[in-house]
Design a binder for this molecule. Structure first.
Ligand code: NAP
Length: 457
């Protein structure tokens, strides 16, 4: 196949990746964006299969088959709430592939490579292996295979820094003496260990930020692979991946009012600071029937979905409740916190699945001024994103994180199963306030009971 056909396919796939990313930046166009990215990936695969250097296809077909089966199974059976750990696994696979290409290139040429290629190979293996073990630790923490809390000890940051220094030192060494193969393999092994050291002290609440950072490393490893083997689509896709991952990490940190260094080195979540506001206070329970009366006679109701709505898969019945209230003339709005749930856009995706009109979704800055005039706020399995301590208690570990101020509404009805805490592990003084009432039970069951009760009012 002429080389220019392959390059044309790669160009088309690069353009499709960019258009796809553009589509993904808005919930309404996200689905189409995803299709464009898939088409781009198909073109990249077809282009790659046309390479003349390929001598045998049997290994490639075997890889394609295994990868497709695993990918299909994960797509079909992994629930939305497990998406973060699934993504962590994908990063580990992708980065492992990139790092293996780097190792095989070095093994093939034995260091007889131009300096520029050696730099690219070094980056590829370094970032690739850090991402592999870092992502596997992230996966284990999110899946509960190891403790989610930060695992820390005194002087850890210094130990990590020294370790990183030695790893980078071996990278520089290999550039000066490219033939010294033990140095290359030492760098690869150190990178694997450093991935573990980097993620172990980070709590699972911060894992989404870490993962998008690892995503960024995996992207950079792929871009470096592209340079090392002269593959333009890898350079384009890797760079897009690298920078979008980095921008996403920054956006998530901003939404939590934390710095990226605080997320990476702050061991957030290791010390749960108890709220003074909650000391000695009692929580007030409300029945579905009483809650339904409050809702049915409200002028405005604001719904705040959180992680609990996702685990309960309560978005459809939530929409039913909203429809029922609207039929009675109640204005219903949904307040979306940027880090509600366990991944960026989590609530938007679930509500879109239940066909909630996009015009009813309000961002934090838009909805907060409306809470004082809101009759009832319904908190559906959200906790940290409505914790007033973030605003009122400068000593809280989440101090400064922007919150949805449901405590300022006339009544806040909180749907949760029991006395479980949010992902930060902090107590929430909202639950003890006079204008808060708790409706206990799985969010889906509670909402079903509410729908039936509202119908009877
Ligand atoms: P959250 O603070 O984790 O709280 C979830 C609440 O839902 C818990 O209080 C739990 O209480 C309740 N719950 C769980 N399952 C339930 C069910 N089946 N039915 C009813 N209630 C249920 O959730 P959030 O307010 O959405 O906050 C998200 C957290 O993740 C924040 O700390 C945020 O910083 C962190 N985070 C998110 C992202 C992101 O990208 N979205 C990124 C980084 C960090 P019970 O156990 O009593 O039911």
């Amino acid at each position: 196949m002429p080389h220019f056909v392959i390059e044309l396919l790669y160009l088309a796939s690069g353009v499709l990746f960019i258009l796809g990313l553009r589509g993904l930046s808005h919930p309404e166009s996200a689905r189409n964006g995803m299709f464009l990215v898939e088409l781009g990936m198909l073109m990249a695969i077809i282009g790659t299969l046309m390479h003349r250097e390929i001598v045998r296809y049997d290994w490639i077909i075997a890889g394609l088959l295994i990868g497709s089966i695993v990918g299909l199974a994960m797509g079909l059976w992994v629930p939305m709430t497990a998406m973060p750990q699934r993504t962590a696994l994908s990063h580990a696979f992708g980065a492992f592939a990139a790092a293996l290409v780097g190792i095989s290139e070095y093994y093939r040429h034995g260091g007889n490579l131009p300096v520029f290629i050696m730099v690219a190979l070094g980056f590829e293996v370094l970032f690739g292996f850090i991402t592999v073990t870092g992502s596997l630790i992230a996966f284990s923490k999110l899946q509960g295979l190891m403790p989610g809390r930060p695992l820390v000890y005194k002087g850890q940051n210094i130990v990590n820094l020294v370790f990183f220094g030695v790893t980078v030192g071996s990278f520089l060494g290999i550039l000066i003496h490219p033939q010294t193969s033990w140095l290359f393999y030492l760098m690869a092994s150190l990178a694997l260990v450093f991935g573990v050291l980097l993620v172990v002290p980070i709590g699972s609440g911060d894992m989404p930020v870490v993962m998008s950072l690892l995503n960024s490393y995996a992207g950079l490893a792929s871009a470096a692979t592209g340079f090392a083997i002269g593959n333009s689509v890898l350079i384009v896709a890797g760079t897009l991946d690298g920078f979008s991952g980095f921008i996403l990490s920054i956006l998530m940190c901003k939404a939590m009012n934390r710095s990226i260094t605080n997320v990476l080195f702050g061991a957030f979540g290791s010390v749960g600071e108890e709220s003074q506001a909650a000391a000695g206070a009692e929580m007030r329970e409300i029945s579905a029937e009483d809650a339904a009366v409050q809702l049915a006679y409200a002028r405005q109701v604001v719904i705040v979905p959180g992680y609990g709505m996702a685990t309960a898969q309560a978005q459809h019945v939530l929409r039913e409740l909203a429809d029922e209230l609207e039929e009675r003339g109640v204005t219903v709005k949904y307040a979306i916190h940027p880090v509600a749930g366990r991944m960026p856009g989590h609530m938007n995706v679930l509500l879109a699945e239940a066909n909630v009109p996009y015009s009813q979704l309000y961002e934090l800055e838009q909805i907060n001024p409306e809470f004082p005039t809101t009759d009832v706020s319904i908190v559906v399995g959200a906790n940290d994103v409505v914790n007033p301590d973030a605003r009122d208690n400068p000593k809280s570990v989440i101090a400064g994180m922007p919150i949805l101020e449901v405590d300022r509404s006339k009544l806040a009805i909180v749907l949760k199963r029991g006395k479980g805490r949010g992902f930060s592990g902090l107590e929430n003084p909202l639950f003890f306030k006079e204008n808060t009432a708790l409706l206990y039970g799985d969010a889906k069951d509670s909402l079903t009971r509410l729908v039936q009760a509202v119908k009877k009012v």
